[in-house]
Ligand binder design. Sequence first.
Ligand code: COA
Length: 159
Amino acid sequence: MSLKAIYAGSFDPITNGHIDIIDRALHIFDTVYVSVIDNLDKQPLFTINERIDFISNSVASEKIKVEGFQGLLVNYAREKKIFKLIRGLRAVSDFDYEFQMSLTNRAQEPRIDTVFLMTDQKYSYLSSSIVRQLAKLNGNIDDYVSDYVRNKLKEKFNG
Ligand code: COA
């Protein structure tokens, strides 16, 4: 039986911290759907198609599938018939929110379970908004994103 999981997020843009979680998930699951949320409450810097393109060009594995989704994550999970969600934990401060989301998702759909993976320590303080801010202000983001994403961020902010 093929084990599948969904790793959902805004990925605006994907960082090396996200890639670290995907790599870890691929040691457990046969296929990981990296699912990019379309209808964000946050105003994204990059369009859904750009965010999908960045992931496809940053993670080279036939075991990942990248796609967009809208609405409730549990509805998307039901459509795909995949009831394992991956979440990365960076620090203890992530836990409260993750706990709340995990239990809410399970209350909506009892078949859902969330698998938590610890991010590598070197990414424990990283977020997409930190990367966006550094890129905008010409900071060094070499260690935080793929070369592909770094170039796209440069194009975005420097024209
Ligand atoms: N490495 C680096 N950064 C990480 C990270 C990691 N391992 N894990 C999380 N982050 C960053 C993200 O990039 C994001 O950064 P930003 O806020 O600066 O953009 C931040 O931490 C928060 O990440 P996350 O909690 O994953 O939020 P998200 O916006 O990426 O994704 C969804 C949240 C899409 C999974 C969630 O909102 C959802 O399921 N929405 C659908 C609607 C729904 O079902 N709601 C009910 C849920 S209970």
